[in-house]
Design a protein. Structure first.
Length: 353
């Protein structure tokens, strides 16, 4: 980490400090500041409650952080925390100066904060998207995870940089893999609805991908992300999520592959009806049998409905269903495609084995 020398006069003027502690006291203050305020973080909070807690914690750490920046070698992390407080209080000119010093001292998150100033035109700063991108890139080079997410958005929008969806996806994925809840949520949204990316990229990634989306929603929700929790709730309740036939099919296929009886039954019905998949009576019958074999599906739950009504069995599907039961030694009747008591009784025996 690069050291930035902050003169005593400058430090006391910046903080309004009346006295200058000795080196040992400053070191202790830096340790107390770090223990209370934690590692510099420019990421979005997971909730309003988390944001309030964050600023309350900074308030507690403030006197220690102030003492830690006075002297020949001010603590870089403490400078970052103080700059955040200054920004919160609307002292933007001073916050910019201190973020700059913290960035020069090697605090990558400080560059993210500077990027935000130029990206959104905060306080007296006018929007300068190229400058914002430059600051975000410095933060990324320094290992700041939230900066990856914001820079990804810049590439997606072509804001201060040439539009590049591949670079956007790379940065967003890296940030999500590193555990940043905001990137996990945004990436999940992209997996569910790829309309915001070029078709060739969506095809390359085989989007939409509800399985990956659900995994990302769960990761973000586990960290306390309120928007991820809401999205996950809607996802599992099917609140408009599966209106897209392609999304529904991929989700059902994934669940069926994992041995979920309801999913196998639903997928079997889709093959029987040719709904969203090619008509395949053999596969439909096999899935019905597999669903019953789990013991988690009753015979009266087999198949599904169309417009609220249960349609008659497709003849070829029924024949294949009876044939499999006959091969298992459970059905002794005629292979007539008539699914009556004899066939259903055999199916019930299968479900109870």
């Amino acid at each position: 980490m690069r050291r930035v020398t902050l003169g005593i006069a400058a430090a006391t003027a910046m903080l309004g400090a009346a006295t200058v502690p000795d080196g040992g006291f400053a070191q202790s203050a830096a340790e107390a500041c770090a223990e209370i305020a934690g590692t510099p973080d420019a990421g979005a909070p997971v909730s309003r409650e988390a944001l309030n807690t964050y600023f309350s914690t900074l308030g507690t750490a403030r006197p220690h952080c102030e003492a830690a920046v006075i002297g020949a070698e001010p603590d870089a992390d403490a400078m970052f925390h103080l700059a955040v407080i200054m920004q919160r209080e609307g002292v933007h000119e001073r916050a910019l100066e201190v973020f700059g010093m913290a960035g020069e001292a090697g605090v990558a998150a400080a560059h993210t904060k500077l990027g935000d100033y130029y990206n959104f035109g905060i306080g007296p700063v006018r929007e300068d998207h190229k400058r914002a991108v430059a600051e975000y890139q410095k933060a990324v080079d320094g290992g700041d995870i939230p900066a990856m997410s914001t820079l990804a958005i810049m590439y997606q929008l072509g804001r201060g940089v040439r539009q590049d969806f591949d670079r956007m996806l790379e940065l967003l994925t890296d940030s999500a893999d590193a555990g940043y809840h905001f990137s996990q949520f945004r990436l999940a949204e992209l997996y569910m609805n790829p309309r915001s990316v070029p078709g060739r990229l969506a095809r390359k990634l085989d989007l939409p991908d509800p399985i990956k989306a659900a995994e990302l929603y769960e990761k973000a929700a586990a960290q306390g992300s309120a928007e991820a929790e809401a999205a996950l709730k809607a996802f599992y309740e099917g609140d408009g999520v599966f209106d897209d036939p392609e999304v529904r099919l991929k989700w059902v296929q994934s669940a069926a592959e994992k041995g979920d009886a309801q999913a196998m039954n639903e997928l079997g019905f889709m093959y029987e009806q040719g709904d969203g998949v090619d008509y395949d009576p053999v596969r439909a019958a096999e899935l019905y049998i597999a669903a019953l074999e789990t013991g988690d599906l009753r015979v009266d739950e087999l198949r599904g409905t169309v417009n609220g009504y249960t349609p008659r069995w497709d003849r070829e599907t029924a024949l294949n269903f009876q044939t499999i039961l006959q091969e298992r030694g459970l059905y002794t009747g005629a292979l007539d495609a008539m699914i009556g008591r004899g066939t259903l009784g055999a199916a019930a025996q299968l479900a109870q084995q």
